[in-house]
Write a protein that binds this ligand. Sequence first.
Ligand SMILES: NC(=O)c1ccc[n+]([C@@H]2O[C@H](COP(=O)([O-])OP(=O)(O)OC[C@H]3O[C@@H](n4cnc5c(N)ncnc54)[C@H](OP(=O)(O)O)[C@@H]3O)[C@@H](O)[C@H]2O)c1
Length: 254
Amino acid sequence: MILDLTGVRALVTGGTRGIGKAITQMLAAGGARVAINYKSKSGPADDLSRILGERHFEHMMLRADVTQERAVGTMLKRISESWKGLDLLVLNHGIWEEGILGQMNLADWRDTINTNLTGAFIVANECVRLMLEEEATVPKRIVFIASSAGIRGEAEHIHYAASKGGMIAMMKSLAVELAPHGFTVNAVAPGWIETDMTTEHLAKDGMRETITGRIPLRRIGTPEDVASAVLFLASRQAGFINGHVLRVNGGETL
Ligand SMILES: NC(=O)c1ccc[n+]([C@@H]2O[C@H](COP(=O)([O-])OP(=O)(O)OC[C@H]3O[C@@H](n4cnc5c(N)ncnc54)[C@H](OP(=O)(O)O)[C@@H]3O)[C@@H](O)[C@H]2O)c1
């Protein structure tokens, strides 16, 4: 049986680069229509739009900072006008900054919490109204992209770990709250994945070898490793999985 998303209308936040780009491409290849959000970098957005267009995949690119309620409202209005509804929300946007207690300031803390956690709330809050508006013809799904940091914590990134732990708690709450409406709500928690977010860190002297040595499968993950998990959770085949955190980390954090 193949995973088929025909008829699914999806929104992926931060969907133009790294993990989000792989998710977008995999959902589109699975038959979904994809609305792809990004904050400001139009180069990667244009490139992805061209790639999807060449394969005749129905998509729209939506520039909006997820921390700005009005911009998110405008984004949802466009989706609503074009597609009249929404079935799948993937909350993937995120930032990963250094954050050491005693060395960071309140603005650093707020920036990460605001982007990762409050941004997820703002988008989910707007989307759920649209997702609840009509009788479901395909399963309704929300997938949060959390992190190993949200499960085991992360030294020197305390605001990031707190934001991802908060996302997992929000996911579990929504899994129960939205189940009567036929939704499933889950999270994927990636470990080390090769993207723009991690390039600089992995390039530090000896870092790649150190990190790879801690991962039982002895490799850094790819964006496609994460996207495959999202595709599964979005599919009909995952219909009885609700409130789960799916680790995609090569066995590093159990
Ligand atoms: N890479 C890893 O090792 C790893 C591990 C665990 C979890 N994760 C999580 O996986 C997700 C994707 O990570 P990635 O590595 O693919 O990151 P990335 O390559 O840095 O891409 C981040 C994406 O998020 C968008 N974004 C950032 N802030 C935004 C905002 N305020 N509003 C709207 N979009 C925003 C960016 O848009 P622009 O292009 O316009 O900037 C970009 O599309 C994140 O939530 C991250 O925390 C990653």
